[in-house]
Design a binder for this molecule. Sequence first.
Ligand code: FES
Length: 121
Amino acid sequence: MDIQPAARHLVTIAATGRSFRCAEDSHVLAAMEQSSCRDIPVGCRNGGCGACKVRVTSGRYHTGKMNRAVISAQDEAESRVLACKTYPQGDLTVEVLGRVWQPERAAQAGFFSYVPPAAAS
Ligand code: FES
C-alpha cells in the first residue's frame, strides 16, 4: 500500500504578498514558522490566545477547536480564524488580524495562569 504525502497548498499573506507552502495535515501557523515568512504573530500555538488571528479572504480550509473568547461564532462565520487551528484544503489568501501575544489576556480568558515578570521577582 502506497502512502501519499499530504497535498501542499500555497498560503499568501494579502498585505505583503509573501507566501509559503502548507500541507493539508499541518496548520497554517506551523507552516509559516517553518518558512522564512514571519507575518502572522505567534503566541500559544494552541488556539487559546488569539495572537495568530487571520481572515481567510480566499480558499477552502477547515479548523480545529478555537477558544471562543478570541474567535466568536460570528468571527468564524465571517472567515476569521486562528492560523494555529486552520488547515488548508486549497490555496489560501489571508489577512493578518492578530497582534503580539498578550499573555495577561490569555490568562484572563482562562487559558492558563500567568504571573507578570514584575510580580514574579
Ligand atoms: S498562537 Fe495562540 S491562538 Fe494561535
